[in-house]
Design a protein around this ligand. Structure first.
Ligand code: OOB
Length: 545
């Protein structure tokens, strides 16, 4: 790994993780090949919209052919490729092709727009960008045209599904397979996105060895094997549906991944019934919606053994309803794209399952709960969660200054989560110290939104905080001070302004309020705590505006 790009594990840790059997020297390319050789005809991926059912042999062959076409286009080891695809079969074809040649997918989400995509392309010096022509009523070719105009290193735009327009169809890229030197297990496999708490998203460098360990560990804990059928409901590129245990965990086990084009019960339940889905993962707002719908649906959901819920805090009350509604086991997941993932275990007592966010995958996951001065708190007390382990990064990609703040000197990641650990070793998430909004599992860095609001000519200052929302858990509230004498905009004008700057829709403030001053702390800093309290109070008075 290039140490200039991303700090890695010190040699003594790497040695320990190998000796313990966590890192086994596998790569994604070799994993798929082995599965395809062991059970070529078993179905790997089902895409119900395209009516596609790819066997392991088919997926393997497609990845090889695409890899050859990428190489011909001079996309090679270490190159970055921004992948922005909805839940379609080609997602797997593309990422396995890139894994095979050692090029690094940069996992963008379908909701990202010009601001995010052009940043990813420029910051990572991406050589290619992969899209679907259209999805959810949005034309990604237009986004690609704007992105290409501004991004210097971008040489290719590939369109995986639909009319490629001015770009190259992915189906035209595939060629007869060629042999190429495979990446090493300790090489980077991809760059994942951080929810972040700063102005721009950080990139998370994950290696084959470390990520595959998290898949194997997750599979053991969630009971995933070759008979498992995983319904991928959340955006496929997000860390939760990708690896906890997710579609990659399921493929590692030789199971079947069914892609859900849309997360509503109306779309998902018939698929569960038809494909005999055994497990899936949801964020809390969807879990709530599905639980309600499950009690009245005519579709058969009896194949579902496990429902994983995570990404944001799942209330105890809602958690209690899952088992009875689906006749399955709830598994709470508290994870992060930086690494650490905690699960309640399938055989944990119900009280543990509904009141905690689980415990780490690995015996080598180190957990510290500390006070503001990094001193460990007494057992059971609440504090900041720090962690280090065999699948938790030691630093973000090309971000040395940020790394100095986000990691301790001895390599612990500062998660920004406020937790306590129960006597049984289970983690309870009590809150958050990072300046972030968790909108139903979607993470928004306050500073990023503030910077966009500040660009408005009538705005003097802006602060963005979370306000409670009964469905999403949290939503985005912006407090704005206008410039004296400026033509006063309406709240809707600020929202439109932010949206028109090309920001993902989930980052646009739900509510904008104009104020004269911001509350201050004793030392004269703006008190976000007081703003949060004010937002909570007014949300309670007028929850629906
Ligand atoms: C998952 O990953 P990210 O990277 O989108 O977000 C991580 C953050 C955590 O630091 C925490 O603040 C929050 O999301 N979070 C939870 C939670 N699960 C994640 N907060 C409370 N309760 C939970 N159960 O969100 C993610 C990655 C892998 C698996 C599951 C979720």
């Amino acid at each position: 790994m290039n140490l200039d790009d991303a700090p890695t594990w010190p040699p003594d840790f790497a040695e320990r993780y190998r000796a313990a059997g966590w890192w086994r020297g596998e790569t994604f390319g070799s994993m798929l090949r082995e599965r395809a050789e062991a059970h070529p005809d078993r179905i790997a991926v089902v895409d119900p919209v395209a009516e596609v059912r790819w066997s392991y042999a088919e997926l393997d062959r497609r990845a090889d052919r695409l890899a050859a076409g990428f190489l011909t286009r001079n996309i090679t080891k270490g190159d970055r490729v921004v992948v922005q695809l909805p839940n379609i079969a080609e997602f797997f074809e593309v990422v396995f092709a890139l894994f095979r040649i050692g090029a690094l997918p940069v996992f963008a989400l379908p909701a990202h727009r010009e601001t995010e995509i052009s940043y990813f392309c420029e910051f990572t010096e991406a050589v290619a960008y992969v899209i679907a022509a259209e999805h959810g009523g949005y034309d990604y070719r237009e986004l690609a045209a704007k992105t290409r105009a501004g991004a210097g290193t971008l040489r290719h735009v590939f369109v995986a599904a639909g009319d490629p327009g001015e770009f190259e169809a992915l189906s035209d890229v595939a060629e007869d397979p060629v042999s190429c030197a495979p990446p090493r297990p300790d090489d980077l496999a991809f760059l994942q996105l951080s929810g972040g708490s700063t102005g721009v998203p950080k990139l998370i460098p994950r290696t084959h060895d470390d990520y595959i360990y998290s898949l194997r560990g997750s599979n053991d804990i969630c009971g995933v094997d070759e008979n498992s059928v995983y319904l991928c409901v959340l955006p496929a590129a997000h860390n939760f549906p990708l690896s906890s245990p997710g579609s990659l965990g399921t493929l590692y086990a030789g199971g079947r991944v069914v892609l859900c084009p849309q997360p509503s019960p109306e779309v998902a339940f018939p698929l569960i019934d038809r494909e005999r889905v055994t497990l899936t993962g949801l964020v809390p707002p969807l879990a709530l919606l599905w639980t309600q719908a499950a009690t009245t649906t005519a579709y058969g959901l009896s194949s579902l053994d496990v429902l994983l819920v995570g990404g944001a805090k799942f209330s105890e009350e809602a958690a209690r309803r899952v088992g009875p509604a689906f006749g399955c086991t709830l598994q709470q997941v508290f994870g992060m794209a930086e690494g650490l993932v905690n699960y309640t275990r399938l055989d944990d007592p119900v009280e543990v399952i509904v009141t905690t966010q689980g415990r780490p995958i690995s015996p080598d996951d180190e957990i510290l709960v500390v006070d503001d001065e990094d001193r460990e708190v007494a057992p059971g007390e609440t504090g900041h969660l720090l962690t280090r382990g065999p699948y938790t990064i030691r630093g973000y990609w090309r971000a040395p200054e940020h790394n100095a703040r986000s990691f301790t000197e001895d390599g612990f990641y500062r998660t920004g989560d406020v937790v306590r650990v129960t006597a049984s070793g289970h983690i309870v998430v009590e809150g958050r110290a990072k300046d972030q909004i968790n909108r139903g599992g979607e993470k928004i860095a306050a500073e990023e939104v503030e910077n966009h609001i500040l660009a408005h000519p009538s705005v003097h200052d802006a602060n963005v905080v979370a306000e409670p929302d009964p469905y999403l858990g949290e939503r985005i509230r912006a407090y704005v001070i206008l410039r004296p004498g400026a033509a006063p905009p309406k709240p809707a004008d600020i929202k439109r302004f932010v949206r028109e700057r090309g920001l993902a829709a989930y980052k646009v403030p739900d509510r904008v309020e104009f104020v004269d001053v911001f509350p201050q702390t004793g030392v004269g800093k703006i008190s976000k705590k007081d703003l949060r309290t004010a937002a909570a109070r007014s949300a309670a008075i007028s929850p629906n505006t």
